[in-house]
Structure formats: C-alpha cells, structure tokens
Design a protein around this ligand. Structure first.
Ligand SMILES: Cc1cc2nc3c(=O)[nH]c(=O)nc-3n(C[C@H](O)[C@H](O)[C@H](O)COP(=O)(O)OP(=O)(O)OC[C@H]3O[C@@H](n4cnc5c(N)ncnc54)[C@H](O)[C@@H]3O)c2cc1C
Length: 336
C-alpha cells in the first residue's frame, strides 16, 4: 500500500445489480466529498495477509450521502475483488478520498460514451452530468449477455434513446467506425472497457484522422489473452541469472525481490515507466498494458513489467538497470 491516507467508512447497502456485479454503498465517517464524474476511490484490502489496494469508480454523480461502487466478480484473480465483494452492511472499510484521472472535458459540441461490461461505472456519472447540462451525447453500452448490462434500467429511464445497448450473445455489436464517422469533427469520445474494445476504438479513431487527445479512456485491470501462469525470466541485469515469476505476482515485484529496482508509478500498464527490453522469448508474451501501441506489442521488443507476462516458457529481458556494488540494495527508486 502506498503512503496515501485511508479513512474509515461503513457499508450501508449491498445489492447485486447483475449476476456478477455487486453494488456497495459506503458512508465515510468524515462525510462524502464532492467529486467530478469519472472519479474513483481506492479501498484497502488484505490479500494473503499482505496489505494492498484496489480501485473502484464511483457510480453516478455525488449525492452527499454515500459513495457507490460496483464490483465485478473476477475469475483468475489474486482476490482483491473477492475481499471487497464480501463486505456486508454495517462492516467497516478503509477508503481513500475520491481521485480523478478520467475527467469529462467541458464545451465539446458532441460526446460519445462507450462502455464495455463493468466499464459502465465511470460513465454513469458522465452521462448524468451531460444530461443535466443539456449536452449532445449518446451512451453505447455493450456486454456479453443482456443480464450483465448492470444499471441498464436506470440509465434507460434517464437517457431514453440516447442509450443504446449491445449484447454479444444476441449478435449485436457497436459499429465503431460508422459511429466515429457520424460524430461532429470536434466531438470527444470517452471509453471504458476491455483491452480488445479499447484497441479497436483507438484504431478506428486514429484511422478516421481524429485528434488523439479527443479520445479519452480508463482501463481497469486487464485480463490479458491468457490466464496468468508461472514463467521464467532471464535478466541481463543479473548477468543472465534466471528466476521464476509466480502466478500470483508480477515481473515488477519479482525483479525487485532480485534487487533489480525499476521505476514505476501506476502499476496498471498505463504510464510505461517500468518498460523493459525483451531480448528473447520462448513461448508468447501476454501484453496487458495500454501504453504500448499495437505494433509495438506485436514486435515483442518491449514489455511492461507491472502487468505483462510470458506464457508457456521464458523471457530474456534487459531493464537497463545495473546495480552499483557500492550502493545499498534497499535504496528504492520507486516514485510513489
Ligand atoms: C481507476 C480504476 C477504476 C476501477 N473501477 C472498477 C469498477 O468500477 N468495478 C470493478 O469491478 N473493477 C474496477 N477496477 C478494477 C479493480 O481495481 C480490480 O483490479 C478488480 O476488482 C480485480 O481485482 P482482483 O484483486 O480481484 O484481481 P487481480 O488479481 O488484480 O486480477 C485482475 C486481472 O488481472 C489478472 N491477473 C491476476 N494475477 C495477475 C498477475 N500476477 N499479473 C498480472 N495480471 C494478473 C487476472 O487474470 C484478472 O483478469 C478499477 C480499476 C481502476 C484502476
């Protein structure tokens, strides 16, 4: 857990809003702080006895009463979501103040909001704010099955035809390129969904000649293309010595245990600080970041140690780190 301040909150209500999504309302002792749409809070969790945090977008605009989060059941998980989903009314949790990394820009002539699955959470407050301000927008919301479209009924009530639902199991899909082509040249697109959706939308956005900074997205933890599994790392930083990255840990943490101190910040594949060079790979790389471009990911010359993994073999890397024998190992280079 970083050095940020966590304050006590009490769970007020817990309700399942889809078969795999649980809404949890938290009342902070110190009162609800105002926050812009797209904000999230961090919750302290203990995973295998080790303190950690997980982030959850705040559902809807502030109501002055409670923070609402919606937590999806995650298979192949280290267990953070399980801990949060197990909270029950009356129980206490430690939470951060709201943070905003996904803010709605004002003054655009048109907005397109695109949600995939649980990615709906930060977009609900955005849709409410745009509706309240009378802006021109639509919300395109897709999920695997109709039952998984959490909050669809309340969104329909608020947005009417400005909400469009797409269900994989029913064969309905967002025609991304056509939707982008129909937008005002100065429109802005807000996206929260799985990596495949993000890649497809980013590709179509750039292919349409749109300004890169008018596409804004937030990513949750990426599941990657493969379930996480153990893999071997050979590190030029350690004179080619090899070590194992266990299924439940990351290459970044495993490198730190070996004394290879990389810089990092977000730890979710967004900032790129922990990128390492890939010298060789047996098997495949499972890139789980949103920092590298699709072609960089395909070239497999770089990977982000915080989230990306090797599958079915070993990877040989060089992080550029060379330990100074005179320097104590415990001096950390981490930024946060
Ligand atoms: C800003 C922000 C907002 C978020 N908002 C929401 C929200 O509204 N609702 C919501 O449900 N979630 C949200 N998340 C995701 C949430 O924070 C957790 O990541 C999620 O609940 C899973 O936690 P976990 O510990 O259960 O899973 P993790 O163990 O963190 O697993 C998450 C994914 O990573 C994979 N994984 C497992 N082990 C590893 C490993 N060693 N290395 C790499 N990958 C691995 C898993 O296969 C899984 O697909 C948000 C995340 C961010 C950053």
């Amino acid at each position: 857990m970083s050095g940020e301040y966590f304050a006590r909150a009490t769970v007020r209500r817990v309700v399942d809003v889809a078969p795999d999504v649980r809404l949890i309302e938290l009342v902070p002792d110190a009162g609800v702080a105002p926050y812009p749409p797209g904000s999230h809070i961090d919750i302290a969790v203990s995973i295998g006895g080790i303190p950690d945090t997980r982030s959850y977008s705040l559902v809807g605009e502030p109501d002055g009463q409670a923070y609402r989060i919606a937590v999806k059941q995650v298979p192949d998980s280290r267990g953070g979501s399980r801990v949060v989903r197990a909270l029950s009314p009356g129980q206490e949790a430690l939470i951060s103040a709201p943070k905003s990394h996904f803010e709605l820009a004002h003054g655009r002539p048109e907005y397109l909001l695109v949600a995939g699955g649980i990615g709906i959470t930060p977009l609900i407050g955005m849709a409410q704010a745009l509706h309240r301000h009378g802006r021109s927008f639509r919300l395109l919301y897709s999920a695997r099955t109709r039952a998984q479209l959490a909050f669809a009924d309340e969104l329909r009530e608020l947005l009417g035809e400005r909400l469009e639902l797409f269900v994989d199991a029913e064969g309905t899909r967002i025609e991304v390129a056509a939707r982008i082509a129909a937008l005002d040249p100065d429109a802005e697109l807000y996206l929260c969904g799985p990596q495949g959706m993000r890649d497809a939308v980013a590709r179509a956005w750039l292919a349409a000649g749109r300004r890169a900074d008018r596409l804004r997205f937030e990513t949750f933890a990426s599941g990657g293309r493969f379930a996480p599994q153990e893999f071997v790392v050979r590190a030029a930083d350690l004179d080619g010595a090899e070590f194992v990255v266990a299924r439940e840990t990351t290459m970044l943490d495993a490198l730190a245990e070996q004394g290879v101190e990389l810089m990092w910040d977000c730890r979710r594949g967004e900032c790129g600080l922990c990128a390492v060079s890939v010298l060789a790979c047996e098997g495949e790389l499972d890139h789980r970041d949103v920092f590298l471009s699709e072609s960089q990911r395909a070239q497999c010359r770089t990977m982000l140690a915080c989230v990306s993994r090797a599958v079915g073999g070993a990877v040989t890397i060089d992080s550029g780190f060379r330990s100074d024998p005179e320097r104590p190992r415990s001096v950390a280079m981490q930024r946060s």
